[in-house]
Design a protein around this ligand. Structure first.
Ligand code: GLU
Length: 478
């Protein structure tokens, strides 16, 4: 029987989800779902310098909004918990001791170990503890001397590991450091904890960022030291801001949460991020989450770094907005319309249809529809338009002609409004645009508007439309 696929997402609770993290989560999720396996959430909160309030909730919230449900995790439990690393801290020492016993690790009492334990810069050639007889080391531990436990890397030879996207990688053991596994305070380093946790949790495929690639040979030596099966590694190349720089929140690049705040839809971000470094093959780009599951294959993961392209994401987002039902779109657009349209007499649901085909990101909306709330100050030059053959003088004439017609309309809907303006154009033997352009400018006070004269007047209502036409006439009469 085939082994059940078990993948995990192991974020550190930083308070935000960077896109590389989201992508690792996504690939782990897609792979598990594709293979009918389990997707596990493990919170890695031991290597944190600072506790970030609410950071674990951010992780839950993000995964949920993206539709990535997990089968085991801190909140839902599971057979191999706890799923929060800080609640597992007791369990690492015996494993470190086991490695000491088998010679794959050693006690180190050096002063400098403390300051350098996280940097990996410790030169084992100088470390007198590496060759201490075990009995002597144990006696010092028993006497209460502070110590760390270091991995004993072979002095010669090479270590080879396999990665699903990078293939076989072989390194000289002399390039690997005797990294600290257990710190003086008894807590594991990330490099130790992830091996123990992945093993105890039965993880079969480890999907993570390629920043861990250089540590992978040391992980392999640990697995070998324990005699455990090495999981399949799937390292993903970094998400780049440009050809030279990795994306970084510190340098202002957006996290998932930032993108949502900027008006992107979760599904669009998920779809876009999935394709950053993975190609399903073929031309198709728009995939829902279930479709991604269906299409996912580790073979499609690329070794080359992927450059984050916000314009491309905007395009994905506009496709998702367009694909919504009008009701769905109105629901997501309403709060953005309300940011500038406060007038309670105007229903955002009336404005939404004008926007669905005309916005890429929801945050485009407030600025596009602000004129519904209040007529902006505008320049008379807006009345000049070559194509519609209008200028301020023509516009004044048209507004004078259209005003009484609009005032007398029996009903106020698109058909009636359109018919009256067309009739006027016919009567005056001019193109429709010659009537519509001035009406739209007078009604909106803006050059570019979602919707034309008819829709704008209809939404504003008769009273407000006439008021604005009067204001236009007054302005044109100067
Ligand atoms: N806690 C690590 C991180 O957030 C996890 C890396 C891994 O997936 O092993 O980068």
């Amino acid at each position: 029987m085939n082994q059940e696929v078990r993948t995990r997402f192991a974020p550190s609770p930083t308070g935000f989800m960077h896109l590389g993290g989201l992508r690792a989560a996504l690939y782990g999720y897609l792979f598990a779902r594709k293979n009918g396996g389990k997707f596990i959430l493990r919170i890695e909160d031991t290597d944190q310098v600072r506790f970030v309030e609410g950071a674990t909730e951010v992780i839950y919230d993000t995964l949920r909004r993206c539709g990535m449900n997990w089968d085991e995790g801190p909140d839902v439990g599971g057979p191999v918990g706890p799923y929060i690393q800080s609640q597992r801290k007791e369990l690492y020492l015996p494993y470190a001791q086991q490695l000491v016993k088998t010679g794959h690790a050693y006690y180190c009492f050096c002063e400098k170990a403390e300051s350098e334990e996280d940097s990996g810069e410790f030169d084992r050639a100088d470390d007198p503890c590496r060759d201490l007889p075990l009995e002597e080391a144990k006696a010092r531990v028993a006497a209460g001397e502070p110590y760390v436990i270091r991995q004993r890397i072979p002095k010669d030879g090479t270590t080879t590991f396999h990665d699903a996207s990078f293939g076989d990688i072989t390194v000289e053991n002399t390039t690997l450091d005797d990294q600290v596994l257990l710190k003086r305070d008894g807590l594991p380093t990330y490099n130790f904890a992830n091996v123990i946790d992945d093993h105890l949790m039965g993880i079969t495929h480890v999907v993570r960022g390629s920043e861990y690639l250089s540590s992978a040979p040391k992980y392999n030596l640990l697995y070998e030291g324990f005699g455990w099966e090495v999981p399949t590694y799937v390292h993903c190349s970094p998400v780049m801001r440009d050809a030279q720089h990795k994306m970084s929140k510190r340098h202002g690049d957006p996290s998932y949460e930032d993108l949502i705040a900027q008006g992107y839809l979760s599904q669009a971000v998920v779809n876009y991020v999935a394709l950053l470094g993975w190609a399903p093959g073929g031309e198709r780009e728009i995939y829902s989450l279930p479709e991604l599951v269906e299409a996912f294959d580790i073979k499609g993961i690329s070794k080359s770094p992927a450059i984050f392209d916000i314009d491309k994401l905007r395009y994905f987002n506009s496709e998702y907005l367009r694909a919504m039902t009008p009701e769905q779109f109105a629901a997501v657009a309403a709060p953005y319309i309300r940011q500038t349209v406060h007038n309670p007499a105007i229903d955002p649901a009336q404005i939404a249809p004008l926007l669905q085909q005309r916005c890429e990101v929801l945050t485009d909306i407030p600025e596009k529809v602000d004129f519904f709330d209040a007529l902006p100050e505008y320049d008379l030059a807006l009345y000049t338009n070559k194509k519609s053959k209008t200028d301020p003088a023509v516009s004044l004439e048209m507004l004078h002609a259209v005003r009484p017609l609009l005032a007398a309309l029996p009903t106020w809907d698109d058909e009636t409004l359109l018919a009256s303006m067309k009739e006027l154009a016919e009567r005056l033997e001019v193109k429709n645009a010659k009537v519509m352009w001035p009406v739209r400018i007078a009604a909106a006070g803006k050059l570019v508007t979602p919707g034309g004269a008819v829709e704008i007047c209809r939404i504003l209502g008769r009273e407000e439309t006439l008021r604005r036409i009067d204001a236009g006439i007054a302005k044109l009469e100067g």
